[in-house]
Design a protein around this ligand. Structure first.
Ligand SMILES: C[S@@+](CC[C@H](N)C(=O)[O-])C[C@H]1O[C@@H](n2cnc3c(N)ncnc32)[C@H](O)[C@@H]1O
Length: 335
């Protein structure tokens, strides 16, 4: 083994320390107390109601890793922290970190999951029982969805009047991208009542709201409608479910679509070896630790479900090409 490979492993195995201090700093709201003028560790500890000794060690580590600057005993946000990790910033990414912090407990059960095949904290319970999880999960997804959503709406290029159903639409970024691109389109976001409580808040001031409605329901049980839609979208939904559930969802989409209508599956997808891209293989373990049947599937599996449900397969395309976490869409047409 070459020396730099040994170093690579060393760096990798200690990566969790940096990640965890950042998750906790954002979850506690540390960076809101270290804006502009900066604060001493005693003040931060007092305002957060935590141990002073622990807070000093913690803040020093945040300074060592470049998220704080320490001068004369005062800690202050660095540029990157102010830009991405303070809730008041328009580029705030903290919701995702709060979600990652909570899901950390699910990852801690990986060995147990390997033995039993069952997650310690299933997604449905997290969504209905943990408000902090629900908010971080939905808002975090919204923050990272803007770019891929705009790209997909552009590729599909639907311009006529019509209606889109965004199944498990979560923060609604995908439905919103389609509606922004095409003023003649109306949209429905179908999701669980607890999720839609957050989604509605996100659209309060959005002008697309007048063409958007919300359908509370469970996508396994709720009727999608018949010959009603021009587009049915499943974005990052199928990785939460098993193969039979996914086939059933595509069948429901088929009957909900008008003739000529399109179903779009958007997700991370693995190649035929199941080992590439790396992001997708790791994301599959992420699904393993907190869903009952979820995983990342291959493009071929999507093609099989789409055809079995009655669609003609149209095309597949990589989304956010060149990024570490590129995804794919597979589009089918109702003949
Ligand atoms: C991974 S998120 C995807 C959100 C969005 N489509 C996106 O790509 O950003 C999965 C969504 O499915 C919703 N969901 C999970 N189980 C559901 C169910 N049984 N019925 C309806 N929605 C569900 C969750 O509330 C969440 O909004």
């Amino acid at each position: 083994m070459k020396n730099n490979e040994k170093e690579k492993i060393g760096k990798l195995i200690l990566g969790y320390r940096k990640a965890k201090i950042l998750f906790v700093a954002v979850s506690l709201g540390v960076f809101s107390l270290t804006r502009e003028a900066g604060s001493g560790f005693r003040r931060v500890a007092r305002l957060l109601g935590v141990n002073q000794r622990a807070m000093e060690i913690f803040l020093d580590a945040l300074a060592a890793t470049g998220f704080l600057e320490k001068k004369s005993g005062f800690y202050r946000n660095t540029e990157i922290t102010g830009r991405f990790l303070v809730p008041e910033s328009p580029e705030y990414l903290g919701h995702n970190l709060i979600y990652q912090n909570i899901i950390w407990d699910a990852w801690s059960g990986l060995e147990e999951v390997l033995k039993t095949g069952k997650p310690r904290f299933p997604l449905r319970s997290l969504l209905s029982e943990r408000e902090d999880f629900l908010r971080g999960y939905i808002r975090g997804m919204g923050d990272i969805a803007v770019k891929p959503a705009a790209e997909i709406a552009e590729i599909i290029g639907f311009s006529g009047p019509g209606k889109i159903l965004d199944v498990g639409g979560g923060p609604g970024a995908y439905a919103a991208a389609f509606l922004k691109r095409n003023k003649n389109l109306r949209g429905v976001i179908l999701d669980l009542p607890e999720t839609l409580g957050i989604t509605r808040g996100l659209f309060k001031k959005d002008p697309v709201l007048e063409r958007l409605s919300f359908q509370e329901g469970d996508y396994h049980k709720t009727f999608f409608g018949k010959n009603k839609y021009d587009i049915v979208l499943f974005s990052n939904v199928t990785h939460d479910e098993g193969p039979e559930e996914n086939l059933a969802l595509f069948r429901k989409a088929f009957s909900a679509l008008r003739r000529g209508g399109r179903v779009i599956a958007h997700d991370f997808m693995l190649d035929e070896t199941g080992t590439s891209p790396e992001f997708a293989a790791l994301f599959s373990v992420h699904m393993l630790v907190y869903t009952n049947k979820g995983r990342v599937y291959s493009e071929k599996e999507y093609g099989k479900w789409i055809k079995k449900a009655g669609f003609t397969a149209l095309f597949s395309r990589e989304i956010c090409r060149g990024s570490d976490n590129s995804s794919r869409i597979i589009v089918g047409k109702k003949p």
